[in-house]
Design a protein around this ligand. Structure first.
Ligand SMILES: [Zn+2]
Length: 265
């Protein structure tokens, strides 16, 4: 197309002239602002999370049960030590938690990237021949760079219990400084999942879908607003149906992305 080409040539010519022009005494050299930084205009409107960094933690690696000595090794968990990781749970017919969280995390990652965010994942595969990552690594990842962290899990309780619950760090050392912001994030996640007609857990967390814990390394070592979300009870036939279908998983992921967007805006 001719007009945009001419326009960009004009911008390039102007930048060139600017770069070649003599500088007044005392002036410091500056990099000419590229024409693409006009992204603060209409282009930025579709990228509300531009500049934000989000850590997604899809919990346990698929192969953890094959590496008992590695995952049982004790690691720092925030003032005490805990096993590196656990095996996670599964549905009654064997759909592993690791695979469920990986699937949701991938949809969430795509969505957040489409909104302009940079995403850091705590694991990059879902494989039986891999293990980890340890809770200390998951907890610390993104400290100093990321804006928030969401740790994705599926619970394994009795078959009559169903629904999601969100766990945030407690108002105790070492998470006293992230307690308030994490609580706000937890409420945002709860609201967004409810808005997608996902029910609050009826079997745990006092029935209000919010829990505050001080025994989880992932939350304790994370120096940013952080929540762990148990999206459903994999042992419940009601939840298992949602957790093992593409539509159900997309519902969880879209709920999480909309809560993150609300929280960061
Ligand atoms: Zn888990």
């Amino acid at each position: 197309m001719l007009r945009p080409l001419l326009a960009s040539l004009a911008v390039a010519a102007a930048a060139l002239v600017g770069a070649l022009a003599p500088m007044p005494p005392g002036a410091t050299p500056t990099t000419p602002v590229p024409a693409t930084s006009a992204a603060h205009g209409p282009a930025a409107a579709g990228k509300p999370l531009s500049g934000k960094v989000i850590v997604i933690d899809p919990g346990h690696q698929l192969g953890n049960s094959r590496f008992p000595s590695e995952i049982n090794r004790l690691v720092p968990a925030g003032g005490f030590r805990k096993p590196c990781n656990t095996t996670g749970t599964s549905t009654d017919d064997g759909h592993p938690e690791a695979t469920f969280t990986w699937q949701v995390a991938k949809v969430l990652k795509r969505r957040l990237r489409a909104l302009g965010a940079r995403v850091i994942m705590t694991r990059h595969s879902n494989r039986l021949d891999r293990w980890g990552p340890c809770v200390d690594k998951r907890g610390r990842l993104g400290n100093g760079t990321a804006d928030l962290k969401v740790s994705i899990h599926g619970d394994g309780s009795y078959s009559g219990g169903h629904g999601f619950h969100v766990i945030a760090p407690a108002d105790v050392r070492p998470t006293r400084d992230t307690y308030r912001s994490s609580k706000r994030l937890a409420k945002s996640v709860k609201r967004a999942l409810k808005a997608r007609r996902l029910p609050v857990a009826n079997y745990i967390a006092g029935g209000d879908g919010l829990d505050f814990r001080h025994d989880l390394g992932t939350l304790n070592l994370s120096d940013m607003p952080t929540v762990m979300v148990e999206l459903g009870n994999m042992r419940s036939p009601i939840d298992a149906r949602k957790m093992t279908t593409k539509r159900g998983r997309s519902s969880y992921a879209l709920g999480l992305s909309s809560s993150i967007r609300t929280f960061l805006s």
